[in-house]
Design a protein around this ligand. Structure first.
Ligand SMILES: *[C@@H]1O[C@H](CO)[C@@H](O)[C@H](O)[C@H]1NC(C)=O
Ligand SMILES: *[C@@H]1O[C@H](CO)[C@@H](O)[C@H](O)[C@H]1NC(C)=O
Ligand SMILES: *[C@@H]1O[C@H](CO)[C@@H](O)[C@H](O)[C@H]1NC(C)=O
Length: 453
């Protein structure tokens, strides 16, 4: 048993390595080192799965056997890792050489004729499948979008009026709708909207302090400091009553809006006027309303914002956590504007690519934490490297984006396009990264698996 087990165990590892290499060749663009890490990670996942009791499934006995035996061999994980690294490395060097030679003169490469044809077929199919997936899963109907926007606007008008009667002296800019619902970035369902509440702060009395210059040193979080307190004492600015220790407190701002709007407005009355049910979402760190219609469900987030010069900050306690004086720097507008600009110049499909990726991630529990922000940044970075964003290149760019995401996950860092020091993956746990990396890694050789949901 043990002799046979050992032999079959080696076969099992062989199968795993084959699988890894098949993908490694496809993600070569990410760079050898990144591939190695992800490959090792994939093996780790296989081993973990092999270690778990499999409840009586007999569907793929052979594969299960090899996984089980893999877990026996992996008694020395270091050795296993070393072995795999050795093999993968050799293959990568060979594949890189072949790749370069192919670029030099494609006829010189003794490539298996089958694999190329197969890959071309795959691309054609993938292209079609992406188009179909986009139309059937991502795109929202115009009526749904208009209806959601109209409802959000109606509620916006009510809130603005109510706030004005409660706090006539509160210096607020015009409240307005923002976010993906307005910019045609929303996918799957028109189910969330954002109401921006601009606080007008005096630029002579307040200054925005970039995160790098604060004690926390986090480049994404800013502080809003009160200036010239000795000449213009407390009370000179309306917002002084919401400041703590000389800084405007995002928490106090959210609290006052929670008290004035969420807890005080007559929601049942508004609901009957608007012919739907509008109510605050309790127990949330966000100022959030839920709107129930006969068939649809809409969430509206109310977001206080502060803007000086070109810097837009939002009060988002769910992001800034326990730090009452932190403000989150939003690049949303810059990012979406840039993407639209690039597409506008060459009639490209960058936005379409982002929307497909967004739909994929939203539909998969493992990938759900990859948000529109992450995906927009991935596509913006990719736009710096790739100039062909024509419709015909959609499948290639989609696959490339997947490979790029794997690369970012591997190093645990996705730099924000507009602020390199901000790492958009910084909040992710290691297990989450593993999970996402593993799934996407498997999808490299079979991207269709992402389009099934
Ligand atoms: C590509 O071709 C050039 C000259 O034709 C040669 O010097 C170079 O070594 C080739 N590179 C590879 C990777 O084969
Ligand atoms: C806005 O920009 C001006 C000049 O460009 C600068 O003097 C001022 O400090 C900036 N304000 C803030 C709040 O950063
Ligand atoms: C607003 O107050 C309610 C309780 O009345 C609470 O459940 C909710 O979490 C609060 N929202 C925020 C954003 O603090």
């Amino acid at each position: 048993m043990s002799h046979q087990g050992k032999r079959r165990g080696e076969d099992g590892i062989g199968a795993v390595i084959d699988f890894l290499l098949a993908n490694a060749r496809l993600v070569l663009g990410v760079g050898g080192a990144a591939v190695l890490g992800i490959a090792t990670l994939a093996v780790k996942r296989l081993i973990e799965r092999a270690g778990k009791p499999l409840d009586g499934e007999k569907s793929d006995q052979k594969l299960m056997d090899s996984w089980e035996e893999l877990s026996l061999v992996s008694a020395s994980p270091k050795l296993l890792k070393k072995g795999i690294e050795g093999v993968v490395m050799k293959q990568i060097v060979a594949a890189t050489k072949a790749h370069k030679a192919e670029l030099n003169k494609s006829s010189e490469v003794p490539e298996k004729p089958n694999s190329k044809v197969k890959r071309q077929q795959l691309c054609v199919t993938l292209q079609e499948r992406l188009q179909h997936y986009y139309q059937s899963h991502a795109v929202l109907s115009v009526e749904d979008v208009n209806k959601a926007q109209q409802q959000a606007l109606d509620i916006c008008t009510e809130i603005q009026g109510f706030l004005h009667t409660k706090h006539p002296d509160m210096p607020l800019g015009e409240m307005h709708l923002g976010g993906s619902l307005v910019d045609d970035f929303q996918v799957v369902a028109a189910d969330h909207a954002c109401l921006l509440v601009p606080l007008q702060i005096e630029d002579s009395l307040w200054q925005l302090i970039p995160g790098e210059d604060t004690i926390l040193g986090n480049p994404q979080f800013w502080m809003v400091r009160r200036l010239n307190l000795e000449y213009f004492p407390r009370g000179r600015s309306f917002w002084d009553k919401y400041s703590v220790g000389g800084y405007l407190s995002s928490r106090l701002i959210v609290e006052v809006l929670n008290k004035t709007v969420m807890e005080t407005m007559n929601w049942p009355s508004l609901s009957s006027t608007l012919d739907c049910v509008v109510r605050p979402v309790l127990g949330s760190q966000e100022l959030k309303l839920e709107v129930l219609n006969q068939k649809s469900h809409l969430f509206i987030s109310i977001l206080p914002t502060v803007q000086l010069n070109d810097t837009v900050l939002t009060a988002q306690l769910e992001v800034t956590g326990n730090f009452d004086n932190l403000w989150y720097q939003s690049f949303y507008t810059a990012e979406t504007t840039k993407l639209a600009e690039l597409d506008g110049v060459d009639g490209g499909v960058r936005k379409k690519c982002v929307k497909i990726l967004k739909t994929v991630c939203r539909s998969s529990p493992s990938l759900r934490r990859l948000s529109g922000q992450h995906l927009t940044n991935v596509v913006l970075h990719l736009s710096d490297k790739e100039s062909d964003w024509t419709e015909a290149a959609l499948a290639d760019r989609f696959q490339q984006a997947i490979a790029e995401i794997i690369g970012y996950l591997e190093v645990g860092c996705l730099p924000s396009y507009f602020k390199q020091t901000v790492n958009l993956l910084s909040e992710f746990k290691e297990e989450e990264i593993d999970e996402m990396g593993f799934l996407l890694y498997c999808a490299v050789s079979e991207p269709e698996m992402l389009l099934q949901a």
